[in-house]
Design a binder for this molecule. Structure first.
Ligand SMILES: NC(=O)c1ccc[n+]([C@@H]2O[C@H](COP(=O)([O-])OP(=O)(O)OC[C@H]3O[C@@H](n4cnc5c(N)ncnc54)[C@H](O)[C@@H]3O)[C@@H](O)[C@H]2O)c1
Length: 289
């Protein structure tokens, strides 16, 4: 029998790449549940069944019992989350309760997409924005469902993901794709002060390989999936090589975050990509892909 796998947020950046890789294995039957808030039908890939709706309605929308639920479908931006608190609550807090109840009742394993913002600035980062707080408290609730109800779970933590299908324009664009677009259009690169904030930019392929290993063999908390190399935002802008403008400091921005990948590495995971090489590749292609 095939393994039924549900990916929430399967039409988003990370979710679509995960769906694509999972669907290459003919022993898997892959489903996505997405409300298309930041997700897009342009991200649909072959051999995946797409279901449209909110995670809060998961028990009505998913009529089968999956083996594994990768829960990625949440509101997912730090600074913007101050403006979007109602969506953050609905998507992340109402959503996690519904998803956890669903896995409790169906017996599925949950693999949760946690955020490294939780480890920001020695742990202060966990409450630095509505986004960070919902992600940090959701990891605690997932852990508690493991203890209270024996729900099988694994919690992963991603670090600034970049690569194919990253959102490149508009309010929800992320840094690497945004800088690429600006270089293509000969525009100034804007960085938020102080510019010395460090990030461990991690390639989407490394995230997906980590997620699949953790989905298959990981149980418990602390599966960090992050590149060991950290660079400041200013250094990244300098690697692109465009004109730089520094914008005033913003709420929610962290300076550093600890990277802990030992448990993921123990499953056989190794990061394979480096942001500097990626930016060089983009340059060779005149910032077009
Ligand atoms: N990109 C990163 O650097 C990063 C870092 C740490 C953690 N994460 C986490 O990884 C996950 C995926 O992030 P991403 O970068 O692919 O973001 P994304 O915005 O591209 O993807 C999120 C997807 O989930 C969908 N979605 C949001 N709320 C939903 C809901 N309540 N019900 C159904 N669908 C919903 C969106 O439409 C979108 O398709 C998120 O949980 C995010 O918090 C991402």
């Amino acid at each position: 029998m095939k393994k039924r796998i549900l990916v929430t947020g399967g039409a988003g950046f990370i979710g679509s790449n995960l769906c694509e890789q999972l669907a290459k294995d003919e022993n898997n039957e892959v489903y996505s549940l997405d409300n298309y808030f930041t997700g897009s039908k342009n991200n649909h890939v072959a051999n995946v069944t797409y279901i449209e709706g909110l995670t809060v309605d998961i028990d009505k929308l998913i009529t089968f019992e999956p083996h594994t639920v990768y829960h990625l479908g949440e509101y997912s931006r730090v600074e913007q989350s101050f403006d979007d608190i109602e969506k953050v609550w609905r998507f992340n807090k109402d959503g996690i309760f519904a998803v956890l109840e669903f896995v409790r009742k169906t017996g599925a394993k949950i693999v949760y997409a946690g955020s490294s913002t939780k480890f920001g600035d020695g742990g202060l980062g966990r409450s630095a924005s509505p986004y960070a707080w919902t992600k940090a408290t959701n990891t605690e609730l997932v852990e508690n469902y493991g203890v209270w109800f024996n729900v099988p779970y694994a919690i992963t933590y991603f670090y600034n993901v970049y690569g194919n299908r990253e959102i490149q324009t508009g309010k929800y664009a992320t840094l690497i794709a945004l800088f690429k677009e600006k270089m293509k259009n000969n525009e100034t690169l804007t960085i938020v002060a102080p510019g010395s904030q460090q990030r461990n930019f991690t390639h989407i392929d490394d995230i997906v390989s980590g997620l699949i290993l953790v989905g298959e063999n990981g149980y418990g908390n602390d599966f960090g999936i992050g590149s060991p190399e950290s660079y400041s935002i200013k250094e990244i802008a300098q690697m692109f090589g465009g004109k730089i403008e520094v914008l005033p400091e913003r709420k929610g921005n962290r300076m550093t975050a600890d990277v802990m990948t030992a448990k993921t590495e123990a499953l056989g995971w190794k990061p394979t990509k480096n942001i500097q090489n990626y930016i060089e590749e983009l340059r060779k292609n005149n910032w077009t892909r």
